[in-house]
Design a protein around this ligand. Sequence first.
Ligand code: CTP
Length: 397
Amino acid sequence: MLADKRVLLIIGGGIAAYKCLELIRRLKERGAHVTPVLTRAAQQFVTPLSVSALAGEKAYTDLFDLTDEAEMGHIQLSRVADLVVVAPATADLMAKMAGGHANDLATTLLMATDTPVLMAPAMNVRMWEHPATQRNLSTLLADGLRLVGPNSGDMACGEHGAGRMAEPMEILAAIESALSDGPLKGRRVLVTSGPTHEPIDPVRYIANRSSGAQGTAIASALAALGAEVVFVTGPADVAPPQGVEVVSVVSAQEMLAAVEGALPVDAAVFAAAVADWRVKGESSSKIKKDKGQLPVLEFVENPDILAHVSQLPKGRPKLVVGFAAETDDVLANATAKRIRKGCDWIVANDVSPETGIMGGSENAVQLITAEGSESWPRMSKSDVARQLAAQIAAALG
Ligand code: CTP
């Protein structure tokens, strides 16, 4: 898929720059051409020599390199690639991109390019969470840039949280998806997945048995067809798919906010098992066991994210797909649910314990549309995902 594709790799100045060496190797293994560009700060972390030795091409560093201007001007350099990848995309580089700065070779190329851009942010957790970075991120996403990562975990600076650059293989998967010529190329699709956790107090919560397997498989299948996928997931058992933008949330309210932040999209698939209720007045300290006294939990209804998006007066995705997990009268209940929620399709499944579907690797679904319903034979969750992704591609045309 990557054979003879040209990647312009812009390496920013962060410790995660070392991962680019591995990324270049993996891209070369797959037959891609990599043209590396290093910012001045990047050269503090990796050398132009090591980068160019691995890429087998000259590493560019300077805007005013007259030889290069004679050989290949910066405008041309920005246009010859099939994809521009910014890794690591530091807070500073993101700010410059969002602000339209062009004061060195990397930022000038990013301003001059007419090629899709994929960024892999990497920074300290506080810098990532800073309102300025989040503002810049929203601007860049609205400008059409694609995102991979960042991940959560231990950081080189000793802190823990979101801001670790995606691993080379994850960036590679995102590059493959961005360069895919599949039928969903250029389409942005949202997928919700996993359960939500609704807190009772700081240590207890209400959850459900969703593993996130079906939603994850759907996100992978959509990405494999070339879609740009935003994957909003609750605390799932299975690892999130590679090559997609992952937004991790815990509660239904957080999931709604993440979904609203991901719009506009061409299609949205709501595979999450969202808790219908949350505990009213979550306790900020651990509820103690009082002799003879049983705690009484009061509930309030959670927002229905699927219904909310289906009924948006402005900016509704062209195709909205919901799921219906039923134990009785699957077809009748799911058909009524499609109308009640206002979505286009419902993927209905029987989650009675004897089916082994909830938490299992197989699924038997019925697809309900305005035209009627079709029953799919029992198959693996990845096959269900592939079939659904193919039908979504056909419906978006
Ligand atoms: N859903 C959602 N937000 C909620 C509840 C559900 O987005 N607060 C979505 C799910 O992701 C799924 C669909 O709605 O796509 C159906 O969810 P389900 O739990 O089966 O239906 P409910 O609305 O809860 O109806 P009921 O409990 O009556 O079956």
